[in-house]
Design a protein around this ligand. Sequence first.
Ligand SMILES: C[S@@+](CC[C@H](N)C(=O)[O-])C[C@H]1O[C@@H](n2cnc3c(N)ncnc32)[C@H](O)[C@@H]1O
Length: 297
Amino acid sequence: MTAHRFGGNHTKIKLEVVRLYIDFYTRVLKKQPFKLIYVDPFAGSGDCEIKISAKRKDINTIDAFENTEHEPSLTNTTTIDGSAKIALNIDRLFDEYHFVEENVKRYEQLESLKAKHSDKVIHLYKGDANQKLLKILQQVNWKNTRAIIFIDPYGMETEWETLVAIANTKAVDLWYLFPLSGVYRQAANNYDSMDKGKIEAINRMLGTDEWQTTFYESKQGDMFGSEPLLQRTADIDDIVRFTQERLSSIFAKVPEPKLLPDTGPVMFALFFAVANPRAASISLRGANHIIKHMKLR
Ligand SMILES: C[S@@+](CC[C@H](N)C(=O)[O-])C[C@H]1O[C@@H](n2cnc3c(N)ncnc32)[C@H](O)[C@@H]1O
């Protein structure tokens, strides 16, 4: 079997956070009269091959990310269970599992995984995560169902409308690996050098164009009378704060995210978002406990 290749130390960490949260969630909810479902819209193959870095410099700035000199030297590769396998291997069963994957090979591997778990109700969807997830969310009766959704894209694929639909269920606990590196790669230092495609990609992910006034400031032109420039002044913390505020505008609770990898240049923000206002405190307690236990920055 070919292992799905991606990620590094941050992959292990995010998967461990999600594993611990599934364990917590199924334990807490098992005595309640809800149907429990697990939804993984960027499911992968079930296996993932990760590269573990031998050396990392402890730098936490946008500049460092863009400077290849600071890239970690990568040595060992190892195969670990991906999110689909992790969810299927947790002792306490979900009533249903929904996995979406657009890559044909990985989808076929999910089919094999499904065959090995014939005791479980597993739904597979081949295609785009946003479209398929909207359909899944529409089919569920959210009055008697609770769900964990793990959004784990490679980059900026997750659309704001998808997040709105998740929040509207008022019944989902969401883990969302937000691609900070993708945003600051697309959001060029000089606004005028950004093409329409890049601007629209950020708009689609954040559901607004207000990031433009938050991330950019007009700077004086030079002494020869050139036009003022719109320059990015937002640093990584500003981007994280803006995203947290956006998510908080639709979810009941969104604590500060964990930044990943745990050392070296920051590439992702692992957000936790609770859609159900009445269950927010218990969900947050579980998530905070896990984050503390993992000693993440
Ligand atoms: C970072 S990997 C997720 C890995 C998975 N969570 C795991 O732990 O094994 C992202 C996955 O999403 C898939 N993908 C990327 N864009 C997609 C899209 N628009 N719709 C569905 N799947 C997509 C990729 O093929 C890849 O398998």
